[in-house]
Design a protein around this ligand. Sequence first.
Ligand code: HEC
Ligand code: HEC
Length: 263
Amino acid sequence: MSEEKVSRRDFLAKAGGVAAGAMALTAGVNLSDANASDGLEGLPEYNGSWREYYKKLDPEAIREKAYKNYLTGMHCGESTFAALTEALGFPFNEIPTQTMWFGLGGVSLWGTTCGTLLGTSAVVSLILGRSKKDTVGLLDELMAWYSTEPLPFKKNSGQTKSVSGSPLCHVSVTKWSRKSGNATGSKARGKRCARLAGDVAAKTAELLNAKLIDGKFNREYALPGVAEKCTGCHSMKSDFEAGGFTHGKMDCESCHEDAHMLD
Ligand code: HEC
Ligand code: HEC
């Protein structure tokens, strides 16, 4: 494969078309291996992380921005990504925010991971890079917080708050709809997810500030599916026969209520 460089403007223009993947291949640009690239024109080199470009964020400004973004048609994934990258400025604001639009409704309305978490996680991963300690550590806190807190956060609002117990869009939206009595297709549900986008983006800004500016990042929320009795056997650390054929940190008993008839 040729190592020829492609100008970023060129690349982005072409990437808008259907043949984006093929263009990236023929141009010798491996998007999934940013560490190995020496930087597209206009973007600085990526040497394992972009934490040197991080600057302190104002969580309240981001909370409002992500909320408003959602209502413009960005939905949950793009709204959070756009609020954070715009506030951070260069080089983050060079990345087209449409990258994260697919997050709507938990990935193209499939109800998998909540899009607000996808948009924010992409920013965290971009800033902190391939680090289990830093990226995974921070996102563990974000996902566990999301699963535990009554949301949307907004004080004194008439909006119903609910605890999802899960980072899944399906669970989060369904529990809220049942509790509030609003259909999932209603305007009220859209506003609720817009507020959620604000809250998750703001929480991410708080966590990043704590980690990169104030040096005060501490884990506060327990991982729902890890602290308990199941992952002693059911985890990547076990042999297959001992139960090591599963994976995840979600609350096991939200789906497997009576496994082994334990308790
Ligand atoms: C002492 C080790 C151990 C612990 C603790 C444990 N499991 Fe298992 N589990 C196993 C093994 C081994 C199997 C496979 C058994 C088999 O194939 O017959 C299994 C099978 C299962 C199955 C499929 C069979 C069934 O009973 O439905 C589910 C679901 C499951 N475990 C969930 C859980 C959950 C949820 C927890 C925590 C509440 C848990 N397990 C705790 C070892 C364990
Ligand atoms: C969102 C729902 C959900 C959550 C949360 C979840 N699981 Fe599962 N799990 C499933 C589904 C669906 C399957 C596939 C079931 C099947 O094969 O019939 C499965 C399969 C399994 C199996 C194999 C079952 C079998 O019949 O062999 C085990 C063991 C298991 N999960 C353990 C866990 C543990 C431990 C956790 C927590 C860390 C967990 N699960 C969290 C939905 C979930």
